[in-house]
Write a protein that binds this ligand. Structure first.
Ligand code: NDP
Length: 250
C-alpha cells in the first residue's frame, strides 16, 4: 500500500519547481492528480511522464488568479477521478524587487493575487468537495520570507505569504471537526526558477545560502517531501500549522 493510494489531489504551480516535483512524488505514491499552471507544454510533459510511470494525471492550463480556474480544477477532479482529498495550492510569484515606497498598485495586486488570493480561491472551491468525501488535506505554499526573514524588496510577497498562515489557521478551526486539515508549508531558499532568479548573482546566491544553517538552497524535492507528509495520513494530527522547511534560518 502506497502513502496516497486512492487519493485525488490538485496541485497548482505544477509546471516547474516544487509543484512539479510534488506531482511526481504524489503520483508515485498512488494519488491521481489534476495539475495546474499557465504553461500547457510543461504540464503536458508532466502528465506524460506520470502516465509513463503508471500514474494518472490530467492538466488544466490557466491563471490561478482566475476564480473560474479553481472551480474548473475541482470539477475536473470530481468528474475524472470521483472527488477530491488533497489540494496543494502552491503556485506563486515574487513580483518586482522594489522597496515598499516604490511598489506600484499593479505590482502589489499581482503578487497578492497570485499568492494569497489564489490560495483563497482554491480553498473556497476545494473545501466543499473535501467535505463531500468526509475530509481532506489542504496545503498552501507560504515562505520563510515574511515569517523568519524580511528580505528588502519583497514587501508584497512577504505580506501574501504571511497572510496564508492566518488563512490556514482559520480553515483548520472552521473545518477540523469535519475532517479537513489545513497547513502552510514554509520553504527556505529553493533551487527552482524562482529561487535561481532571486540568487542570480554570486553575491546574492552566497547571501541566501549563508542564511541557512545547511549553507545551501533546498532541492525542490526536499520541499515536495514535506508536502507529501502534510498531504498524507502520516500528519493526521497536524493542522493549522506553519511548517518550516528552511534548512535552519535564525
Ligand atoms: P517556480 O518558479 O519554479 O514555480 C512557480 C510555479 O507557479 C510554476 O509552476 C508557475 O507556472 C506557477 N505560477 C506562477 N504564477 C502563476 C499564475 N498566475 N497562474 C498559474 N500558475 C502560476 O518556483 P517554486 O517552485 O520555487 O515556487 C513554488 C512555491 O514555493 C511558490 O508559492 C513560491 O512562492 C514558494 N517558495 C519558493 C521559494 C524558493 O526559494 N524557490 C522559497 C519559499 C517559497 P506557470 O509559469 O506555468 O504559470
Amino acid at each position: 500500500m502506497r502513502t496516497l493510494d486512492g487519493k485525488v489531489a490538485i496541485i497548482t504551480g505544477a509546471s516547474a519547481g516544487i509543484g512539479y516535483e510534488a506531482a511526481r512524488l504524489f503520483a508515485a505514491e498512488g494519488a491521481r492528480l489534476v495539475v495546474v499552471a499557465r504553461r500547457r507544454l510543461e504540464l503536458d510533459r508532466l502528465v506524460d511522464e506520470i502516465g509513463a510511470a503508471g500514474g494518472d494525471a490530467v492538466a488544466i492550463a490557466g491563471d490561478v488568479r482566475d476564480p473560474a480556474l479553481a472551480v474548473a480544477a475541482v470539477a475536473m477532479a470530481t468528474s475524472r477521478f470521483g472527488g477530491l482529498d488533497i489540494a496543494f495550492n502552491n503556485a506563486g510569484a515574487t513580483g518586482p524587487n522594489l522597496p515598499v515606497p516604490a511598489l506600484g498598485d499593479d505590482d502589489w495586486h499581482m503578487v497578492i493575487d497570485t499568492n494569497l488570493t489564489a490560495a483563497f480561491l482554491g480553498a473556497r472551491a476545494q473545501i466543499p468537495a473535501m467535505l463531500a468525501r468526509g475530509g481532506g488535506s489542504l496545503i498552501m505554499t507560504s515562505s520563510f520570507v515574511g515569517h523568519t526573514v524580511g528580505f528588502p524588496g519583497m514587501g508584497a510577497y512577504a505580506a501574501a505569504k504571511a497572510g496564508m498562515i492566518g488563512l490556514v489557521k482559520v480553515i483548520a478551526a472552521e473545518f477540523g471537526a469535519k475532517g479537513i486539515r489545513a497547513n502552510a508549508l514554509l520553504p527556505g531558499g529553493t533551487d527552482t526558477e524562482m529561487g535561481r532568479a532571486a540568487t542570480a548573482t554570486a553575491e546574492a546566491r552566497g547571501f541566501v545560502e549563508g542564511l541557512h544553517a545547511l549553507k545551501r538552497l533546498a532541492a525542490p524535492v526536499e520541499i515536495a517531501r514535506a508536502a507529501l507528509y502534510l498531504a498524507s495520513d502520516a500528519s493526521s494530527f497536524t493542522t493549522g500549522t506553519a511548517m518550516l522547511v528552511e534548512g535552519g534560518v535564525s
